[in-house]
Design a protein around this ligand. Sequence first.
Ligand code: NAD
Length: 370
Amino acid sequence: MRALGIGLIGTGYMGKCHALAWNAVAPVFGDVARPRLAMLCEVDDALAARRAREFGFAGSTADWRALVAHPEVDIVSITTPNAFHAEMAIAALEAGKHVWCEKPMATSLADAQAMLTAARAAGKVAALGYNYIQNPAIRLAARLIGEGAIGSVNHVRVEMDEDFMADAEAPFSWKSAAQSGHGALDDFGVHAFSLLKVLVGEVAQVMADMGKPYPTRPLQEGGARPVETHDIATILLRFASGASGLVALNRSAWGRKGRIFVQVFGAKGTISFDQERMNEIELYTAEGRSDLQGFRRILTAPVHEPYDRFIPAPGHGLGFNELKIIECRELMRTIAGEPAHLIDFETGLRIERTVDAAARSFREGRWTEV
Ligand code: NAD
């Protein structure tokens, strides 16, 4: 495979995560050409130049359109706040570049649809940052469910909680502005829906409630601004398969640091996973001696691909950033025309439809079709 040229827009939390992935994907996987880190973009020239030095990019700019147009850029990593995703992704696709865009896909269903239209017209790979589905533990859970280890799935719950917005005195940020979307529903909900997609299947109907724990947040410059998004969302689900479910989301949940607690209940057993203990799953199967029944804790190990690419020893564990390296490899696989495990804009739009249906359900106070 020819070395692909990378353009990275944004260098915050996710920008650094993408940069680490682009730096690590070749040494970790050993079967891809090392990408050329061509150009990086930040909001001003000085920051862009500093980050380019730190992250190993050859060039830098404060103009994302210049990055997108740059002849040495083949793939554009978009890691800017949500409100920029649609405009940047569409411009990159129109310039003939592959796109790796952070979640949520967009802040409106119309924008997400326009992104998919642009991807289809360009014929380029367009993928989204749904790293949690890449966890070898989640892949194991999906395989076990597919093999019937817990029988037919009848109910599922996903609880996603963090406390980075739990402090009522935390200053107003882009996450509280309406331009970023609905709030926890698209900030967290899309991750939950990506996991449900690979573990259970299509969501057919939703019924949602949302909450705003703090109506205003302080501004850095003094005073306060009304909060325009909902930091809490609860969504009842009905799946196409007939199973029922619940997704509960809270960005203001004191004490929860990175919880994504998934429970999949079937006719013959249960599987559970928690992102705060991301290197294990628990499996309960209703079989064997009744006095010895209980959940079995399974630690991930080299046998759970692609764990083996990182560490030869079982139970030593992968971290969050490593999920991004796996996602990066899946993106390169897709570009090379190989089968890959990735959420592209087609599947991403289905997730956005679920978000949109949940938002409508909350507004209208009734069950809504996806
Ligand atoms: P952040 O605020 O830490 O970083 C955003 C960066 O984009 C900043 O460095 C900012 O200066 C830069 N930026 C803003 N406007 C720009 C522009 N016009 N040109 C160039 N750079 C610009 O935000 P974050 O937490 O990294 O979130 C970014 C995106 O990643 C969001 O869409 C978020 O939903 C997503 N995210 C995904 C995950 C995941 O697990 N996949 C986790 C966190 C965030």
